[in-house]
Design a protein around this ligand. Sequence first.
Ligand code: PAZ
Length: 360
Amino acid sequence: MMDSIPSEVPPPNLHDLAEDHYFSANPPPKDLDKHTALAREFIDYHAAAGRPLVLITSGGTTVPLEKQTVRFIDNFSAGTRGATSAEYFLEAGYAVLFLHRQFSLLPFSRHYSHATDCFLDFLREGPNGSVVARDEDAAKMLHVLRKYRDARDKHMLLVLPFVSISDYLHELRSIARLMKPLGPLGLLYLAAAVSDFFVPPDRMSEHKIQSTDAADSVDKKKEPAKSVVDEETFDNFDSSPTVPRSKSLVIDLDPVPKFLKNLVEGWSPQGMIVSFKLETDPRILVHKARYSLDRYQHHLVIGNLLSTRKWEVVFVAPGSPDRWIRIPTVPHKQSSVGISTPADAASIAGEVEKDEPLDP
Ligand code: PAZ
């Protein structure tokens, strides 16, 4: 009898196992199929035209604490970098697939959506009951409107939303896989602020996490509660400073698997991949950016610090020295574009990539 032939099947790789586990344990967003169909049509259209296409991810990802989510953890990102960069990519002839956190800044509308307390501030009453742009805003608004209409009419911009970290990862994987036919004409520009920690579904409460014992009697699995509140029953209506430790909410988060390796090697192996690295400690920024590049073997890491991200970034690329890019004339720029609110300042953040402002 012949010896059995050793199996040629390679042992499963840890990244693939982590991917299978994560994506089967965390349900996809309800619109994933619809978004995938839109993305496929968009990508195929531009691939057929031989046009470069960039997938921009933008904004923060939420970490739900409950399956029927009332509360979630979030982060600071408003999507300024992503929305502003999208306008520059369009200007450079790229088709832009803009995967963004729902209600974060969008290309073009970003100039108006968060710039004053209310977009109505940009409008005034015109003749015969019409509504028109205020005189001081009209020229810029016309310029932005034309760019927006042009992108929309030429089918150059597809905008898809996500909310939670798992929505984001499902969407990213599906879209990145669709980008394969673009080969090197496909660019992934990962500017979203992606949570590093999450609550896995098997530890997530189905319903709103309760802060008192008041509903315990309704839960059949629990001991029936006394019908009247006594000193044993905890409620928080008196804002007591002596809350028992056992009643505090302790959140136990797992690390979100790092899928950049899967992205680089499996989902979009021929695409050019640009990731961002955000830190708050200037001493570790470049080290962490270089570490990420060495580990995931992609094309470029753009590093930025929370406090200076609107004015400077560092490009860390394989085989090249680190390159800092700074907006050289911040005070001048501030006055020239009339910065008066944080949103004005934020609108410049994505313009670090290029020197001249987008404004006409
Ligand atoms: O959205 P925003 O313009 O306020 O911030 C942009 C940014 C800092 C989120 C982005 O430049 C970035 O660094 N993204 C990656 C963050 C990270 O996961 O490290």
